[in-house]
Design a protein. Structure first.
Length: 430
């Protein structure tokens, strides 16, 4: 796993550096504003298990994938700072030695480098006044490089997974049938120290209700600018149509507007314009002549603005441009990731890594009605920490759009598991 930090004046410039130096497969671990611009920490071949091993005991503080990535980025920053200090100390010793010229009779700089390379074996410098002068500097340099060496090689092994009893094992299996990943299922099941399986199951469901975060206020009442991002086919445009229709029914069409940033595909706007005509709300298109901020400035009198985006991947032309538009806007855009409940957990995680540089404020779960189990989606939002704003369970507009709440979502997932188990029982008995 290769980790690298980038600095630039703007997010667009930073993303360009990432693309040129790391390629399209780079994962964004963190992004933040710093003096003079922005900083992005990226990784190639990012692996969460490897990240936990590198962090050692500190990894236990990472309650979700997002926090783990941030901790990995922080560790890399500390490592680079330590490297910088070590280089400064080496440069100071070199400059002092040069200023003394032939009068320097202590250990040669090559000997110091050899000492560093050999693991800081004790060196025996020739006696003399200059050797005493530089002994403190060399000691400090060795201490700092030793600290760096500890950071690079002194990783503690990942804690061993404690043994599970029969009830915990059966509980973990049921949680995996529910749709949770093996790691999350094992972690939850081990919280059940003693008692019957059903008691542990109820306790686990309560933990899920606590772990799934949701948005308290509905966008329709709260108002503001909301953007939906995600892959093609995830349901972004349809969800925007449902939101706009519900808003018009409740508040009228005068204070809502639709915007699309998708100028990369032929006829990409057609469905959104159909919604606009039906609902009698304006639809604006971001293009070379009209920037996103210019359009949002014109729509500043609207209570609710919904932004549809192109379903691009990191390999697509315009991917970085589109995310940079959202990230650098001077408007308070609340960007939400649209995740299909029918996607595999790996794909959900990959999509999250692909779009999280847009400063995600939450997510919308779609196609709930098409998924066999919902544990995959619940596990995803628990591990990433993304609050769920809405979920959809059909094509009806706007009936099949629901404001998300943790308890009903978990209850819906339990009902879906029961339905699946009944179907399996019927199939086995046939």
């Amino acid at each position: 796993m290769k980790v690298k930090r980038f600095f630039a004046k703007t997010m667009a410039e930073a993303l360009k550096q990432v693309s040129e130096q790391m390629g399209p497969d780079a994962v964004i671990l963190s992004n933040r504003r710093v003096d003079g611009g922005v900083e992005i920490v990226t990784a190639l071949d990012y692996d969460e298990n490897m990240a936990r091993q590198r962090l050692g005991d500190q990894a236990q503080e990472a309650t979700n994938g997002s926090r783990l990535a941030e901790m990995q980025a922080d560790q890399h920053r500390r490592l680079e700072d330590e490297l910088g200090r070590s280089r400064d100390r080496i440069r100071e010793v070199r400059e002092k030695r040069a200023s003394q010229g032939a009068g320097y009779t202590g250990s040669s700089f090559a000997a110091v480098q050899e000492a560093v390379a050999s693991g800081f074996d004790d060196q025996n410098p020739a006696p003399g006044r200059s050797g005493e002068v530089y002994s403190d500097e060399l000691a400090q340099m060795r201490a700092e490089i030793s600290s760096l060496k500890d950071m690079m090689q002194g990783r503690k092994p990942a804690p061993e997974v404690p043994a599970t009893n029969a009830v915990q094992q059966r509980l973990a299996e049921r949680l995996q049938e529910f749709g949770l990943g093996s790691d999350l299922a094992g972690s939850i099941s081990r919280r059940h120290k003693a008692g019957r399986l059903e008691d542990g199951w109820k306790q686990s469901l309560k933990m899920l209700c606590t772990g799934v975060r949701t948005s308290r206020m509905e966008w329709l009442d709260q108002g503001g600018v909301f953007a939906l991002v995600g892959p093609t086919g995830s349901g972004k445009t349809t969800t925007i149509g449902k939101l706009a229709a519900r808003y018009v029914l409740k508040h009228g069409a005068d204070s809502v507007a639709l915007v699309t940033t998708d100028r990369y595909r032929v006829a990409a706007h057609e469905q959104l314009f159909v919604f606009g005509r039906i609902l009698n709300v304006p639809v604006r298109v971001v293009d070379e002549s009209h920037s996103l901020d210019d359009i949002l400035d014109e729509l500043s009198d609207r209570h609710l603005v919904l932004i549809d985006t192109a379903g691009l991947t990191s390999l697509d032309k315009g991917y970085q441009e589109q995310l940079a538009e959202l990230a650098r806007s001077h408007h308070n855009i609340k960007t939400h990731l649209v995740v299909s409940a029918t996607s595999q957990p790996r794909i959900m995680k990959s999509v999250w890594h692909c779009y999280k540089m847009a400063n995600l404020a939450g997510c919308v779960m779609t196609k709930i009605d098409e998924a066999l189990t919902l544990g995959e989606s619940l596990g995803f939002v628990m591990e990433t920490g993304l609050p769920v704003a809405y979920y959809t369970d059909g094509q009806k507009i706007p009936e099949d759009l629901h404001h998300a709440e943790a308890v009903p979502l978990v209850r819906l997932a339990v009902d879906r598991l029961k339905t699946l188990q009944k179907q399996q029982a019927v199939a086995e008995g046939a």
